[in-house]
Design a protein around this ligand. Structure first.
Ligand code: NOJ
Length: 815
């Protein structure tokens, strides 16, 4: 590739400059390298026709089912490929869910690094097996929406994260993703420890590329690119969507500026060659050079067949066919429904009110039972909360072809259903003694590109209460009816002490964000075709303040100074905090009931690998590809004669005079590198050595097996087996009381049926990050670790003692 070809493929061509896809890179057609199509969302293909709206990440996390996580991803990957997406902008694992009110927690899998890591790993496998490049995002610390972005007048907040917390919580899912071979990483808008992520050399070059050995491409979040030379040297490889922070003027820090920087020597050619190689190599690795990889065939701005080819060049854009209406859904509704159904989390079910018989008289309350009367896509990027809440809002959303709503599904199954489509208790409601009332409530959140009912992305206005006076509606209904079921479609934890203990509120179901299959998935559980088997991917507290102030208080002010979001709670988020402080959760992380009961027996632990305090030394760095190259002739930077440009589109070329000047500058000027800068190859961090870090970190140290039996008489069901690790007493590191380390879900077990599941603990699972040694340390080799096993973080009736290799059932858990 020529200089201009390389700088053309390392940036987007400008926001809205391609009608297709949420971002498009430049191409190098002379050598057969196409424009790449980059597209959201973490639950499907955003702003496209004929696609499936899969349940969101939080819903997927609530299944605690690796197989379903993978199968959902296979289906999303097929749809993305069918639509011609080269780089899919998911999965989301940052935010991890540190702040319960954080706006985008629902895109990820839940407030725990292992749950996020497993969700990401299974998703990456499923997506990339289809040839689509997955993107793990956002690296890192994007734990709230307000003030996440820099603009010329305002600093984004700085997420101040100490080294150990970074490794053990926030980087953990990224490490797993790199280990799974993820092709792309997106940096976050915000700063980390004072430096913006898109130009953070320690984060990108250091942690991600050196320590985690990431071989793919690093892109900025949209319009988060803030510098030319700085971000290139920091390790960023792809500037998206190509513009400076003030878009649509055809201005970029890269493209023509990167060409200039290479010509004048301020960005070494070897860095540019590395950037371009990372992009091209990832494309080859996924097999996208094959003839049958589809080209993009959908438009993100219109559903018309024809439209502007470069909407950003309005009113000067050429027109053409932009939508080819390629259907890609196949039978993906099946897996979408299964995920939605297996995520439904039953918190309580007094008097076995559920399941209902189809002949029961049912009164349904709440506008969320029915699809938005204006249509499921009435609000762009789902930026309103009207009707059934299937997704949060913002870029992490998909357009519905249909939304199977709960009321439709309930009515098709039961003959005696009355629906009061209101969020205030209706004066004309008929109350029968044997009625069952089902009340639908919601809580929404999203990206701060939109403010919805006063919520700036984060739930800053609604806090953790139900929207639309939902709590009052539940109370009013519960005052009239004696059998009440509450169904919550929610982005995250709610507090519901106002009504939780009212005797008539017998059942609570959390449906999370079910996507397009909100109806039958729920009806199947309500009428007992399936037992609920979802588990909470976060804790529900009695009150918001049960969590530390550092996570309950949102950054809400940012004039002049950079707001500081300091992670002073360190490792102690969600259940780690509650357990440390001895605060009882209303419903603990991992909680979820079934219509049946399960026993966990025949538990055994086996040692697989004898560990040492430290992992075996990493292999020395292999030979480094030789990317060095003399600065090319300035003519490689000049637009070919006769090439006609599109207004405001971003190109890699300089004028001839600028190119000549840059080349002359290379002779006469030198770039002021920081004092001490040199380009000697270092041996590499001791914790590195493979994709994700030292490969020995993934050695299996112990396996555990558990026999799970459905001990009920009447209902089939799937059981969740969760394994939490407790570090030995007396070690010189403060560690959370217990931490999730692995989980499995059984198949559907009939009454009396059993299944044996296997869980594993790796070297990394048994380690802590030692900030002085800068490595993962096993603090007590063969020590008195305990592995607690059960159905929830507060329901752990089995314990295995790692030192004795013995397990015991029927114990009461540690929390
Ligand atoms: C901004 C969001 O933060 C990111 O997640 C998304 O992929 C891009 N916009 C592109 O839409």
């Amino acid at each position: 590739m020529t200089l201009a070809e390389k700088t053309n493929i390392t940036a987007g061509t400008g926001i809205f400059m391609g009608s297709r896809c949420n971002g498009n890179t430049g191409s190098a057609p002379r050598v057969g390298f196409p424009q790449l199509c980059l597209n959201d969302a973490a639950n499907g293909v955003r702003q496209a026709d004929n696609v499936t709206v899969f349940p969101d990440g939080i819903t997927t996390g609530a299944t605690f089912d690796k197989k379903l996580m993978y199968e959902r991803a296979v289906a999303i990957g097929k749809e993305a490929r069918g639509k011609g997406v080269n780089i899919w902008l998911g999965p989301t694992v940052g935010p991890i869910g540190r702040k319960p009110k954080g706006g985008r927690n629902w895109e990820g899998f839940g407030a725990d690094p292992v749950l996020q890591a497993v969700g990401a790993r299974e998703t990456i496998k499923g997506i990339q097996e289809q040839g689509v490049i997955a993107t793990i995002k956002h690296l890192v610390g994007n734990e709230q929406e307000m003030y996440r972005m820099y603009n010329p007048f305002q600093y984004a907040y700085s997420a101040n994260i100490d080294d150990r917390t970074m490794h053990e919580l926030y980087l953990w899912p990224f490490a797993e993703a790199v280990h799974a071979g993820v092709g792309a990483v997106m940096t976050a808008y915000n700063a980390v420890n004072g430096t913006a992520c898109s130009q953070h050399p320690y984060l990108v070059n250091g942690l991600l590329k050196d320590e985690l050995g990431f071989q793919g491409l690093v892109m900025t979040d949209w319009l988060a690119h803030m510098s030319g030379v700085g971000s290139a040297l920091a390790g960023t490889d792809l500037d998206m969507p190509g513009d400076t922070q003030i878009p649509l003027f055809g201005n970029s820090y890269w493209m023509y500026e990167l060409t200039r920087s290479a010509l004048n020597g301020s960005v070494p050619m070897e860095r540019l060659n590395d950037m371009a190689t990372r992009i091209v190599a990832t494309w080859y690795k996924m097999g996208q050079d094959s003839e049958d990889y589809p080209r993009p065939n959908f438009d993100t701005n219109t559903r018309n067949r024809e439209g502007p080819l470069h909407p950003g060049a309005w009113p000067n854009s050429a027109s053409g066919v932009v939508n080819e209406f390629v259907p890609v859904q196949a039978d993906h509704d099946v897996v979408a429904r299964q995920v939605a159904q297996d995520a439904i989390t039953m918190l309580k079910n007094n008097d076995n009110l559920l399941p209902l018989s189809a002949s029961r008289s049912i009164k349904v309350f709440g506008t969320a039972a029915q699809v938005n009367p204006d249509g499921p896509n009435a609000c762009p990027d789902r930026n309103c909360n009207k009707g059934t809440l299937g997704q949060g809002w913002g870029s992490g959303t998909v357009d519905y072809e249909y939304l199977d709503d709960p009321i439709g599904a309930l009515k098709s199954r039961a003959s005696n259903v009355t629906f009061y489509n209101t969020d205030s208790y209706p004066s004309n409601a008929q109350v029968g003694a044997d009625d069952v009332a089902i009340v639908f409530i919601t809580s929404d959140a999203g990206e701060n590109s939109y403010t919805v009912e006063g919520n700036h992305g984060d739930r800053d206005a609604s806090r953790l209460s139900a929207w639309h006076n939902g709590d009052k509606l539940v109370k009013d209904v519960a005052n009239k009816y004696s059998n009440v079921i509450v169904v919550a479609q929610t982005v995250g934890p709610l507090t519901f002490e106002q009504w939780h203990d009212m005797p008539s509120v017998k059942t609570i179901l959390i449906a999370h964000l079910p996507g397009q299959e909100a109806g039958d998935s729920l009806a199947n559980v309500v009428f007992g075709d399936a037992s609920p088997c979802g588990h909470l991917p976060y804790s529900i507290t009695f009150k918001e303040e049960d969590m530390p102030e550092s996570v309950t208080k949102l950054i809400d002010y940012a004039l002049f100074n950079q707001p500081q979001d300091t992670y002073s709670e360190r490792l102690y988020i969600d259940y780690r905090w509650l357990n440390k402080e001895g605060i009882k959760a209303r419903y603990a992380f991992g909680h979820g009931l079934s219509y049946t009961n399960f026993s966990y027996t025949d538990v055994a632990i086996e040692k697989v690998t004898q560990l040492d305090t430290l992992p075996p030394p990493r292999k020395p760095k292999g030979p480094v590809l030789d990317y060095s190259q003399a600065i090319p002739n300035y003519t490689e930077a000049v637009k070919p004669a006769g090439f006609s440009t599109v207004w405001r589109y971003i190109y890699p070329w300089l004028s001839e005079s600028d190119a000549k000047k840059a080349a002359a500058d290379a002779e006469s000027k030198s770039y002021p590198y920081p004092a001490g800068y040199n380009d000697d190859q270092k041996p590499g961090p001791r914790a590195g050595g493979g994709q994700g870090g030292n490969p020995a970190l993934w050695d299996v140290a112990y396996t555990l097996s558990v026999r799970v039996t459905n001990t009920g008489q009447t209902h089939s069901g799937k059981a969740s087996v969760q394994a939490y690790l407790q570090f030995p007493d007396g070690i010189p590191y403060d560690t959370p009381v217990i931490q999730l380390r692995d989980f499995e879900k059984t198949a559907e077990l009939a009454p009396g049926e059993s299944e044996t599941v296997e869980l594993t603990l790796t070297r990394k699972d048994l380690s802590v990050w030692d900030v002085e040694i800068q490595d993962w340390v096993v603090p007590a080799v063969d020590g008195a670790y305990k592995v607690w096993i059960g159905a929830a973080s507060d329901d752990l009736g089995t314990v295995c003692n790692v030192d004795a290799l013995q397990c015991e059932s029927g114990v009461s858990g540690t929390v």
